[in-house]
Design a binder for this molecule. Structure first.
Ligand code: F6R
Length: 605
């Protein structure tokens, strides 16, 4: 979704801002803009791509301080006027903003009554006018006064022609990071935008502001009382934000899965006791034993992996567990129980629906742990403890390696919960052996890419597809359908194989292929029976299964993945579905890393 960059220092700001905006493109956006303060404040903004903005950027955009933005339209269509930065009537103040101002309509009316002419449809524009209208002495006071009038979420950066030595930034619900360089400072909503210049960063917390000058920064709460934030070194390889020799980030990230899986497991398997070591949970054995229920919350693919995680917890720890879409959770006034362990799962750690669910649980006194990839992200910081996923930066909108590590994170959690209950040491060791083998097995599945590409070429021709599975296989089918629709734009619907007869079988025809997930488990026979029913209606079949599973003479395109422990099979069955989606999208000529209408981090409700 929207992205913010800012620069102040000794170099020309415009090229750095444009470079930063390019790095934010993957978040999803439909317009972009920059404001640079040189001899006066100049703003350029445009619907479309950052490269369109760069092409049109006038040479006179000289200046060593500036802010930039990529906008994902919420209030008003994606056009040049609604693009950020927004300025006040005199053109002294420029503002970029991520988030949503809930009381924008009332503020627009109030400003209009006062004679202010609003030119855009956006909520953000009111902020520029509110800052400009303030008569307070310092820019910090003016910004604080403006923020006090608004309700909603924001990450903001403000530039003012009368205060040419500073950028004032603030955060409430939308990330804001300050990067410390040598006689220069950066501002961004995402580490990826500044990691090339510096890996020394400070994160603002909600309700905090900062003044950023060329030589440093000061932080304070919104009542302008000082708060101490020190910059720390982040352990990230800037090269992981480059696709390198790969044609897309999605492919690069899929291929990184064996290495990413090794990282999430490293140091967390205790062979001697057949258990997992998850120090970050901040729970001792006694507290762990008291858990009576596990509730997993996530959105989109993270929710589907959450369903896989719930099965792992039920199977290994015998604790009732379920997953729910975080976006729905808080709107049904959920009952929060003290002996339920709530688990928030998120790659970005920024997804607003998941964050708000976490806040609702904690407000009611519940305990939440996070399975989060981005270190120091909002969800990670909001939780009582957690498991970092160590997948490395994920840039492609379609999540792959982070989801694999979420699954493995759940396996570790289920193992630890199981081993303080009834899971025996030998069972624990069986799981450890299976987990240890996963990275090499992931590689084995990835090595079958050429054949998957062939199958995908056929699937790409269909307008509509089914993805089916049962029990353990159903979340796999849901995730497969999700990946396929996201990047191929084909209608892909997931169904329980057992439910086909209750309705959707009516849609089966030679034009509607079915991708079936058939693990080797107690349901294999029944699954194969259902596939025969599809074949009898001349529905083309792609079957993702294990070697030796007997499909009883079915004529299908078969994809065999190696067996793991039964409980862990879902993750290996998921990988071919990523590759099918990827190659179908490639055949169709789509922009794989930036699918239409989607954003990497969904930071608005
Ligand atoms: C699918 C996808 C989305 C995300 C969802 C949650 O490929 O990427 O469905 O899984 O938006 O995002 P995070 O994990 O960042 O909370």
């Amino acid at each position: 979704m929207c992205g913010i960059v800012g620069y102040i220092g000794t170099q020309q700001a415009a090229p750095l801002l444009l470079e930063g905006l390019t790095r934010l493109e993957h978040r999803g956006y439909d317009s972009a803009g920059v404001a640079v303060l040189g001899s006066g404040l100049r703003v350029a903004k445009k619907a479309g791509r950052v490269r369109d903005l760069s092409a049109d950027l006038p040479k006179r955009f000289g200046g060593k301080i500036g802010i930039g933005h990529t906008r994902w339209a919420t209030h008003g269509p994606a056009n040049d006027v609604n693009a950020h930065p927004h300025v006040d009537a005199k053109g002294d103040v420029a503002v970029v903003h991520n988030g949503i101002i809930d009381n924008a309509a009332a503020l627009r009316e109030q400003l209009t009554d006062e004679g202010v002419e609003l030119v855009s449809d956006t909520d953000t524009e009111v902020l520029a006018h509110l800052v400009a209208r303030s008569t307070a002495e310092t820019l910090e006071e003016r910004v604080a006064e403006a923020l006090a009038a608004i309700e909603g979420t924001y990450g903001v950066a403000v530039l003012h022609a009368d205060f040419p030595d500073r950028i004032v930034v603030a955060r409430n619900g939308s990330p804001l990071i300050i990067g410390v360089g040598d006689k220069e400072m950066h501002v961004a909503s995402d580490l990826g935008a500044l990691v090339r210049y510096t890996t020394t960063v400070a994160h603002l917390d909600d309700g905090e502001m900062a003044t950023v000058t060329a030589t440093g920064f000061t932080t304070y709460r919104q009542d302008l009382t000082r708060v101490q934030r020190t910059a720390t070194q982040v352990d990230v390889d800037p090269a992981s934000y480059d696709a390198g020799e790969h044609e897309s980030f999605m492919r690069k990230e899929m291929l990184e899965q064996p290495a990413a899986a090794e990282r999430v497991l490293r140091g967390r398997l205790d062979e001697r006791f057949g258990t997992a070591h998850l120090g970050g949970l901040n729970m001792d054995a006694r507290e762990t034993r008291e858990i009576r229920r596990v509730k997993i919350l996530g959105c989109g693919s993270a929710y589907y992996v959450g369903q896989m995680g719930a099965s792992l917890v039920e199977e290994l720890a015998r604790i009732p567990a379920d997953a729910e879409a975080a976006s729905e959770f808080r709107y049904r006034n959920p009952i929060i129980e003290h002996d339920t362990l709530y688990v928030a799962v998120s790659q970005s750690g920024e997804t607003i629906d998941t964050l708000l669910a976490v806040q609702e649980i904690r407000r009611k006194g519940g305990r939440v742990i996070g399975l989060v990839n981005v270190v120091g992200s909002a969800i990670a910081r909001e939780c009582d403890g957690g498991i970092y996923l160590h997948a490395g930066p994920e840039v492609a909108v379609a999540s792959t390696k982070a989801l694999t590590n979420m699954f493995l994170g759940f396996a570790l959690l289920a193992l630890q919960l199981g081993r303080v209950r009834d899971l025996s040491i030998s069972e624990g060791k069986r799981l450890i052996d299976a987990l240890t083998a996963i990275p090499a097995q992931l590689q084995e599945v990835l090595d079958g890419e050429d054949r998957l590409a062939e199958i995908a070429t056929g699937l790409a021709q269909a307008e509509s597809l089914f993805f089916v599975g049962r029990v353990r296989g159903f979340p796999v089918a849901r995730e497969g359908a999700q990946k396929f629709k996201e990047i191929s734009y084909r209608h892909a619907e997931a169904y329980q194989t057992s439910e086909l007869k209750h309705g959707p079988l009516a849609l089966i025809s030679p034009e509607v292929p079915t991708v079936a997930v058939v693990p080797d488990d107690e349901l294999t026979e029944r699954n194969v029976g259902a596939l025969h029913e599809i074949a009898a209606r001349r529905g083309p079949l792609v079957v993702v299964t294990h070697p030796d599973v007997d499909l009883r003479g079915l004529d299908v395109q078969r994809i065999d993945v190696p067996r793991s422990a039964r409980e862990l099979d879902p993750i290996l069955l998921t990988i071919p579905l990523q590759l099918l989606a990827f190659h179908a999208a490639q055949v169709l000529g789509h922009d794989i890393d930036k699918p239409r209408n989607l954003a990497k981090s969904v930071t608005v409700e």
